[in-house]
Design a protein around this ligand. Structure first.
Ligand SMILES: *[C@@H]1O[C@H](CO)[C@@H](O)[C@H](O)[C@H]1NC(C)=O
Ligand SMILES: *[C@@H]1O[C@H](CO)[C@@H](O)[C@H](O)[C@H]1NC(C)=O
Ligand SMILES: *[C@@H]1O[C@H](CO)[C@@H](O)[C@H](O)[C@H]1NC(C)=O
Ligand SMILES: *[C@@H]1O[C@H](CO)[C@@H](O)[C@H](O)[C@H]1NC(C)=O
Ligand SMILES: *[C@@H]1O[C@H](CO)[C@@H](O)[C@H](O)[C@H]1NC(C)=O
Ligand SMILES: *[C@@H]1O[C@H](CO)[C@@H](O)[C@H](O)[C@H]1NC(C)=O
Ligand SMILES: *[C@@H]1O[C@H](CO)[C@@H](O)[C@H](O)[C@H]1NC(C)=O
Length: 528
């Protein structure tokens, strides 16, 4: 009796922190697509989180936190994706879907007060970007190993004596490279671990740490298992233990977390930030405490659900950050960091000044080849995006739209043909999910012709259910006053495949089908 009362009090303490004063946080800590995290501590003792964003530009988003729970997107390590022509969506048709940044590493180096980002991008080259401040200016400092040296899924460590090391995968082997003192070229590389040593076919997501004089490699078998390896020398020999394996996820319908990074709080407590695969939303960061055993290996603290907890006590005193949801009015002169373009934008074709003016930048019928699509990650389980657009300056043949955007997309927009303006819902624009060709330019599912005397300003809205165990429904609607919305078209089913690696985003698209010269003005954009 007493025991069950205590148990239920404990349970309610976890659910209702305000009742007991025991502060807790909930997983995912960010209900947004920020995969492949590498978290480290900056010179100001804040935490910095580097993520992947593939073919979106700018690349390699950086988040900041003071408490590991509340995060803010503050910038990017790669101002422009300069890894090949395809990143500019040229008229010749090259594209870089699924290229760009993935599983890379960000560290602050005390000796030269410099930030280093290192990653392998397409086409299998490793690049180093550096900056004097985490918010920039970031510059491309080196290409390590032209000719195909790829530090695949890498982790950077500046040792206590300042020597730079990078751990990475090559085929099914794990290797540690020592870099030159300036961090910009390779001195040597040694194969230290093989996937076969743990009975795995492949091994990924490498991180390298030095903790109390011992070197640790964190990595994973795709889909299931996190390993941690330790050695007295960076060159091995390493012994390993499993940190998590097929652990119950904190989110219904999410994947078992198994890749990420370890981080220590100023109080000395350690946490593992991983992510759960949760399409159509994306890969959502999840946090859990770890404890170190007397054998020098950590174990994960399980949560109230017996697995990776959906809640835990907060690691540190809460330090709120600005809301993820917001209304943007594009005062300028630059875009907030929460916005990323699909591939590099044509910077001559947009201005941010008391509204975002988008001039058409491509002539195409394929949204995946149209330049200057501006995106914003969807937030939460039921994201809603509402954009207010002045389309009075569209040219004949132009299209402007708000999309649920990824490898399978749908939109509501305005099409101009001659002097006719038509509200249009178009579904099923389909890109090969492995980054190949466009398979379908979509089907118009509903239209409403606008009368010649109606206002050339419209609100377009999309509402989604992106829970991995949810309906995956998306609806599209329009409004003349921003108050009452009318749905256009039936429900669109969001795609839940993982191969594209990225989740749905809001996409603001504006392109020409006949000739360049037209433009639209985005007056506001509300992400809720
Ligand atoms: C990894 O496998 C290769 C090929 O079998 C072998 O030559 C190498 O010694 C192995 N590495 C380690 C660290 O055991
Ligand atoms: C590192 O050493 C300190 C001091 O001996 C100890 O308190 C701490 O638990 C150690 N940390 C790890 C991760 O072994
Ligand atoms: C964040 O947004 C939500 C929903 O609009 C609102 O309830 C909350 O007060 C906001 N929080 C802050 C810190 O502004
Ligand atoms: C999509 O439209 C482009 C023209 O913009 C065309 O080249 C391509 O063949 C179309 N793709 C499909 C699958 O119809
Ligand atoms: C969507 O596009 C795919 C690829 O072309 C096609 O197989 C499918 O039939 C299309 N679905 C609809 C509803 O048009
Ligand atoms: C626009 O024109 C239609 C018919 O041509 C008319 O019924 C309507 O009242 C007009 N609306 C405005 C705002 O003038
Ligand atoms: C999802 O859409 C389908 C088709 O319109 C509808 O039958 C179903 O009720 C929707 N589910 C939710 C949760 O809204």
């Amino acid at each position: 009796m007493l025991r069950s009362t205590v148990a239920s009090l404990l349970a309610s303490a976890l659910l209702l922190p305000q009742v007991t004063g025991q502060a807790t946080f909930r997983n995912p800590v960010i209900y947004e697509d920020f995969p492949d995290n590498d978290i480290s501590v900056g010179p100001d003792n804040a935490f910095y989180f580097s993520a992947s964003n593939f073919h979106y530009s700018p690349g390699a988003p950086i988040l900041k936190s003071f408490d590991l729970v509340n995060w803010q997107l503050i910038g990017h390590s790669i101002p422009k994706l300069e890894f090949g022509d395809g990143y500019n969506l040229p008229a010749s048709g090259e594209r870089a879907y699924r290229g760009g940044t993935w599983a890379s590493s960000l560290r602050y180096r005390k000796s030269d007060k410099t930030w280093y980002w290192i990653g392998c991008t397409n086409f299998w080259n490793t690049w180093v970007y550096t900056a004097p401040s985490v918010t920039g200016p970031w510059v491309r400092a080196a290409n390590i190993g032209p000719g195909g040296t790829c530090y695949y899924d890498n982790g950077l460590l500046f040792d206590d004596d300042d020597t730079p090391y990078v751990v990475y995968t090559k085929d099914a082997t794990v290797n540690v490279a020592q870099l030159a003192a300036d961090g910009l070229s390779q001195v040597k590389s040694v194969n230290v671990v093989n996937a076969s040593m743990v009975g795995a076919d492949s091994i990924e997501g490498n991180r390298l740490y030095k903790i109390n004089g011992t070197y640790y490699i964190l990595n994973d078998k795709p889909g299931s298992t996190t390993y941690i390896w330790k050695s007295r020398s960076p060159w091995g020999p390493y012994t390993s233990k499993i940190l998590v394996e097929n652990i119950k996820p904190p989110l219904n319908g999410g994947g078992s977390p198994h890749q990420g990074s370890l981080v220590q709080t100023p109080e000395g407590d350690w946490h593992y930030m991983s992510f759960t695969w949760a399409f159509p939303s994306g890969r959502l960061p999840v946090l859990a405490p770890i404890e170190w055993g007397s054998d020098g290996f950590p174990t994960l603290v399980s949560g109230p659900n017996g697995g990776w907890g959906d809640s835990y006590p907060t690691p540190l005193t809460a330090h709120p950050m600005p809301n993820w949801t917001a209304t943007y009015t594009f005062q300028g002169p630059t875009l907030p960091p929460a916005f990323e373009w699909n591939h590099n934008p044509d910077t001559t074709k947009y201005t941010v000044n008391n509204g975002l003016t988008l001039s058409t930048a491509s002539i195409t019928n394929d949204v995946y080849s149209a330049r200057n699509t501006l995106t914003h990650r969807v937030h939460g389980e039921y994201p809603a995006g509402t954009v207010r657009i002045d389309f009075s300056n569209m040219a004949d043949g132009d299209r402007v739209a708000l999309a649920a955007f990824r490898d399978r997309s749908a939109y509501i927009g305005v099409h101009r043909d001659g002097s006719t303006y038509t509200l249009t819902a178009k579904f099923n624009m389909t890109l090969d999910e492995w980054g190949g060709p466009t398979l379908d330019n979509g089907t118009v599912v509903a239209t409403v012709k606008l009368l010649a005397n109606t206002s050339k300003t419209v609100w377009l809205r999309t509402d989604m259910d992106v829970r991995p165990d949810g309906s995956n429904n998306a609806t599209f609607s329009y409004s003349a006053d921003g108050e009452s919305f009318v749905q256009l078209g039936e429900t669109y089913k969001l795609y839940t495949g993982w191969a594209f690696f990225l989740g749905y985003r809001f996409g603001i698209l504006n392109w020409a089908t006949k000739a360049l010269g037209g433009s639209v003005k985005v007056l506001s954009f509300t992400v809720a």
